[in-house]
Design a protein around this ligand. Structure first.
Ligand code: PHE
Length: 397
């Protein structure tokens, strides 16, 4: 962890410098009011410290930045409305730099030094998996907005998520391959270094094969690789109907580009890891006719979504919120709602209140947490057309 990034003001100042965009001010909500509370539970007027860890920089920077912008918007709205239980929130954000090892380091700091009462994060499953045992051992509830690998919440009963999981996402894409792409043989290209990718590939294969499809070949690479020609050449040799590449956007863009260079003009499709504007800046024209599944579409006409899109654009320089932003926003609202119901921030009580979340209405639909601390929500399929992300369909669980 870099020293200059060790405080939330530091992170945000660094980001402001790096992106030229002011992510937030470091003004604290006023700390004037005071009241009486149980020891350890904070008094009315005390700030509620919430930790957030996100990949604000590095290879998956748009994941962390989007998620953070959604989370912060929710926190600012909550504070503007007076906070909960008479207390305002102090969001302490740490950058995981898209790097292995950083998530454990920053979450340890958020829990031990900052005494955060709950942790929001991460987007990528691998990084949530790194931090979850720390939260579990400290009995500090952790809510991942958007990590979809089932193992994340299996770490323990203090770990939650507000999104669907990959057995569902894998099923959605297997049905899409069969019914929409009419594919009978699919090649799978997996990032063996990302738990998200390995999991999603497995669940896809299970469903596709169970429904009579064939996996013509499976090829692997490692996060950060830049040359996929060997794998793609092997895929071309078996002549599949489509290629499933459940990885993150940087690799997805390069894969599509190199596939087209090799004369592979098959449909290529992926999962939520593809969601980033960079997918098309990296992949360019090669992305046309590709598809991916995700959690939400800003084109959703419901009032809840349209109001969110309007507020987000007003707050963040006219940017249209993506799925990470929407889930980050919902994760903070679910936490605030649980604090209210728990009547305070005691770890065990807060855990129980989060676990009891039922029909909580957010921008990504209703959140109900099941006995495995996962949510069940619809998936959305997006088609990339002329460099734009076009909403195709919604698939209900
Ligand atoms: N679901 C991905 C993971 O578990 C992260 C992600 C969520 C990416 C939403 C994009 C959009 O790693």
């Amino acid at each position: 962890m870099m020293k200059s990034l060790s405080t939330h003001c530091g992170v945000l100042a660094a980001l402001t410098l790096a992106t030229g965009v002011l992510l937030t001010g470091c003004k604290k909500p006023d700390e004037s009011a005071s009241g009486i509370g149980k020891p350890g539970e904070g008094k009315a007027g005390d700030l509620i410290k919430v930790g957030e860890f996100a990949s604000l920089t590095g290879k998956e920077a748009t994941f962390g930045q989007s998620s953070h912008k959604g989370t912060l918007l929710a926190i600012e709205e909550l504070n503007a409305a007076g906070g909960v239980l008479g207390r305002k929130f102090d969001l302490i954000t740490e950058d995981t730099q898209s790097k292995q090892g950083e998530s454990a380091a920053v979450v340890r700091k958020l829990v031990s030094r900052d005494k955060a009462i709950a942790i929001l994060g991460e987007v990528a499953s691998g990084r949530s998996l790194e931090a979850a045992p720390i939260c579990q051992n400290a009995k500090v509830p952790m809510i991942s907005p958007s990590s979809t690998n089932p193992k994340v919440t299996e770490v323990g009963d203090f770990v939650f998520r507000v999104c669907f999981i990959d057995p569902f996402q894998g099923t959605v894409m297997a049905l899409f391959a069969k019914n929409t792409l009419k594919a009978k043989n699919v090649a799978v290209l997996t990032d063996a270094a990302a738990p998200y990718s390995v999991g999603l590939a497995t669940f896809f294969k299970e469903k596709f094969v169970a429904d009579g499809g064939k996996i013509s070949v499976e090829q692997k690479f490692s996060s950060g690789d830049k040359d996929f020609k060997a794998q793609l050449t092997a895929i071309k040799a078996v002549n599949p109907d489509a290629i499933f590449a459940p990885c993150y956007y940087t690799e997805a863009g390069l894969i599509a580009q190199q596939a087209r260079q090799l004369g592979i003009n098959l449909p290529i499709f992926g999962g939520d890891g593809w969601e980033a504007p960079e997918l098309v800046t990296i992949g360019g024209k090669a992305m046309d006719g590709t598809f991916y599944s995700t959690h939400y579409s800003p084109e959703d006409k419901t009032e809840m979504v349209q109001t969110f899109v309007k507020k987000f654009k007003a707050r963040w320089n006219n940017e249209v919120p993506d799925a990470m932003a929407a889930l980050g926003y919902d994760s903070a609202l679910v936490l605030a709602d649980a604090i209210k119901r728990a009547g305070g921030t005691d770890g065990q009580k807060l855990r129980d209140a989060i676990a009891a979340t039922k029909d909580f209405v957010g921008v990504t639909g209703k959140t109900t947490l099941d006995d495995k601390r996962n949510a069940t929500k619809p998936a959305v399929i997006i088609e990339v057309k002329d460099g734009k992300f076009v909403y195709k369909e919604t698939v209900n669980p």
